[in-house]
Design a protein around this ligand. Structure first.
Ligand code: GLN
Ligand code: ZN
Length: 758
């Protein structure tokens, strides 16, 4: 029989129960035992819902109180030496200290999990790193599942991926050298799992989706040869990209099965079906774990049938990857429009799809006839719905010409005109957009949403905040002001709510890191801007001051990346549609007399495909979308963009290609090191490297900022330089914000004098 299985279930809870328990625990309001009880209860519910959805093999070990990579670090006893773990079991205190830091040690680094919006805790390695089984949590969870009558398939991150995703803390050492130390411990874990009666272990090796060199690939062979014969069966799972270039190698590995992602990379099926070893199962990821769309089951069924012809019962049916990146349960959405709801599937619904497909494979297509036709029908209705297709938008897309993506004149010409118009001093000072979102602002917004605060009162409350922000900026002496974004809940949601083509969920949460969740909007149809979105606010702000106020928008790539996107057209097309909507807003702002407009693109780099060979194509359409959004204005209108926390060096040509007049970036934490790439590349336009870190309440000294600015002047011509913080200030309080900005303005003034007299 072909088995159905799941690679991982969202752990945060349908109502974010885990988030709330964690945060209460961190505040000291519940005990360790209470937190563990909530966690156990969630695991139980999740196992039961998976079983009841008809899944044969249920993942155990996919749960984590903070992060799955950190769980591996605890299990493998790989706490960095700076945490002084000794030889004890790694308990909750140490676990959270690694994730969040404690009074003695900063937290371990966190970074993005492949091309998802999930972040994992990066393992730290040095020559002295050694491994041991240091946590019994996984084994407890296996026992827990067994007590509930769940037959567990244990999930582990594989040794290659574990090492690959870590980092060396000192140069002159290669983390792959740790493999011989690591493998015996993995073996011990597998042996222990065997003794607990675990039949299958899913061993995740998503690193195989990246561009690995031969030393790492040879490491893979070494690893799985060493892990062979422990008594448990191994299913080696890959996802997020094609692994077809490694097909021959993977087929030869001494494991009992492979999983491939056929949603991201459907083309890889054939190469795996050819000469597939007779002693292995092949798990086919046919239900997309990365989006929220209901499948037309006829399509995956056709794929499964094709594989079944070759492999018979040795195929397994699964989602493409863990469902960690998908919201939990569509049934909780009570406000969602019925038509659109019928097009969607969240984790629970996706598992039902998997189970129906399993039935179709095992018992014949006729036994799932009803579900099959219903799914095809829903897909058809979606494809034909007038809510998706907007002829106006499509016509505009058709009519786009190269000129729509170009400013009238090259930067050098625009720069002269802009300098004439704004008469800003050398090293102009500005901020990134948001000012503190005070409890009063949040309360007003919540009350407005609930209808307790009328429109007019809300408008007045927000205008009062704008007035306050403008006055404070004038007192501080900033050169280019912002309205402060008080009226915005979130930089994507705020715009999505005003555009056609977006819907929002009540409970569509996905984990971003630790207890943090995001609720990405769903882009379902052609994007269209029915009316101006920000003009009134910015015009009001500008009416309060003689200094220029910068209009503030979110760019097309960020709007795209932080949403669930359509699967019925390429991302590039959706990006262009959003770009047109933003373009109209930019033009409206210009018409309202706003001379400086910032289009934020913090997610620009996030959109990069996993494989380098796909980068150029992405960068081309992403930069085009940005230019479409920004280039409808006159030469003397100044376009800014902002990107936070980015490694830019490998994409500098694309950033230059966006042709923003000014780009502000995060650089203070790297002490301006990120800037050197811009210097070497001879970045042509103006640039504002952040001079202080907004992630902490600490107020830096003016001397510190001056030093950073002087460093920047060595790399970039001072005539090109702007002075600003790293990012928006919405998470800060007013007192520290004012203090830091005063010092920043002071540093800029000092340097201006210095440069003038030099
Ligand atoms: N303008 C936004 C702000 O200041 C930018 C936020 C971001 O880069 N993530 O909040
Ligand atoms: Zn930022």
């Amino acid at each position: 029989m072909a088995l159905t299985h799941n690679l991982g279930f969202p752990r945060i809870g349908a109502r974010r129960e885990l988030k709330h328990a964690l945060e209460t625990y961190w505040r000291g309001d519940i005990s360790n035992g209470q937190l563990q009880a909530t966690a156990a209860e969630l695991r139980k519910q999740h196992w039961i819902v998976q079983r009841d959805s008809g899944i044969d093999l249920i993942p155990v070990g996919d749960f984590a109180l903070y992060d799955q990579m950190l769980n591996m670090t605890a299990l493998l006893g790989a706490a960095p030496t700076r945490f002084d773990a000794g030889n004890d079991e790694i308990g909750l205190d140490l676990y959270f200290a690694m994730a969040r830091g404690n009074t003695n040690q900063p937290a371990m680094e966190m970074t993005k999990w492949f091309d998802t919006n999930y972040h994992y805790i990066v393992p730290e390695f040095d020559v002295h790193t050694r491994f041991r089984i240091a946590s019994s949590q996984l084994f407890k969870e296996v026992a827990e599942a067994k007590t509930l009558g769940i037959s567990p398939k244990v999930v582990l991150i594989g040794p290659l991926t574990y090492l690959y995703l870590g980092k060396e803390t000192k140069p002159g050492f290669n983390r792959l050298d740790l493999l011989p130390h690591l493998l015996p411990v993995y073996r011990d874990i597998l042996v222990q799992l065997t003794s607990l009666g675990v039949e299958w272990v899913q061993i995740d090796e998503p690193a195989l989706a990246l561009d690995l060199d031969d030393t790492w690939l040879n490491g893979l062979d070494r690893a799985y040869t060493a892990l062979h014969g422990t008594g448990t069966k191994l299913l080696l799972t890959t996802y997020f990209e094609a692994v077809d270039t490694h097909a021959a190698r993977l087929k030869k590995l001494p494991v009992n099965g492979l999983h491939i992602d056929l949603c991201r990379a459907p083309q890889q099926l054939d190469i795996f079906l050819t000469d597939y070893p007779t002693d292995k199962v092949l798990s086919l990821g046919v239900i997309d774990g990365r989006n929220v769309w209901r499948a037309d089951l006829a399509q995956p069924l056709a794929i499964l049938s094709r594989a079944q012809l070759v492999l018979g019962e040795r195929i397994w049916v699964a989602p493409s990857c863990s469902l960690l990146h998908c919201p939990v349960d569509l049934e909780l959405e009570t406000q969602l429009d019925g038509e659109i709801k019928n097009w969607l599937a969240f984790s629970v619904q996706k598992l039902k799809e998997v189970s129906i497909l399993g039935q179709g494979v095992n018992q014949g297509e006729h036994t799932i006839h009803e579900a099959l036709t219903a799914s095809t029908q829903a897909r058809k209705e979606r494809a034909q719905s007038p809510r998706i297709h907007n002829p106006v938008v499509q016509e505009r897309l058709q009519g786009l010409s190269k000129d729509n993506g170009r400013r009238v004149s090259p930067f050098a010409t625009r720069q002269v005109l802009q300098h004439q118009r704004f008469q800003l001093p050398l090293l102009p000072t500005t901020t990134i957009g948001s000012f503190p979102q005070t409890p009063e602002i949040r309360q007003a917004r919540a009350a407005h949403r609930k209808g307790e605060l009328g429109n007019l009162q809300y408008l007045e409350a927000m205008r009062a905040e704008i007035l306050l922000a403008i006055r404070k900026q004038e007192e501080i002496g900033l050169d280019v002001l912002v309205h402060g974004e008080a009226e915005r809940n979130d930089m994507v949601e705020y715009f999505g709510e005003q555009l056609w083509g977006y819907v929002f969920t009540e409970n569509g949460w996905v984990q971003s890191y630790g207890s943090r969740c995001v609720k990405p909007p769903i882009l379902y149809g052609d994007v269209y801007r029915p009316e101006a979105m920000t003009v009134d606010w910015i015009r009001y702000a500008q009416s309060l001051t003689a200094k220029p106020v910068k209009g503030m928008l979110t760019g097309p790539i960020t709007m795209l990346m932080w949403s669930f996107v359509r699967d019925d057209q390429p991302r590039s097309v959706t990006a262009l549609q959003i770009a047109l909507a933003i373009r109209d807003e930019v033009i409206d702002l210009e018409r309202a007399g706003i001379g400086i407009i910032q289009i934020d693109e913090p997610a620009f780099r996030e959109g990069l495909p996993l494989k380098k060979s796909d980068w150029a194509e992405y960068l081309r359409w992403a930069a085009t979308a940005f230019r479409i959004s920004s280039s409808g204005v006159k030469d003397d209108t100044q376009i800014h963009t902002h990107m936070c926390y980015s490694e830019f060096n490998d994409i500098l040509p694309a950033i230059a290609d966006m042709d923003a007049d000014v780009i502000t970036i995060e650089t203070s934490r790297s002490r301006m090191e990120l800037l050197s790439g811009f210097g070497q590349f001879r970045y042509p336009n103006e640039i504002g490297p952040g001079v202080y870190d907004i992630h902490s309440p600490r107020v830096p000294g003016a001397g510190e900022m001056l030093e950073l600015l002087e460093k920047a002047c060595h790399v970039i011509n001072p005539r090109q330089l702007w002075v600003n913080p790293d990012c928006g200030l919405k998470t800060r309080g007013w007192p520290e914000t004012v203090a830091a900005l005063e010092k920043m303005v002071g540093a800029a003034r000092l340097l201006r004098t210095k440069l003038a007299t030099a």
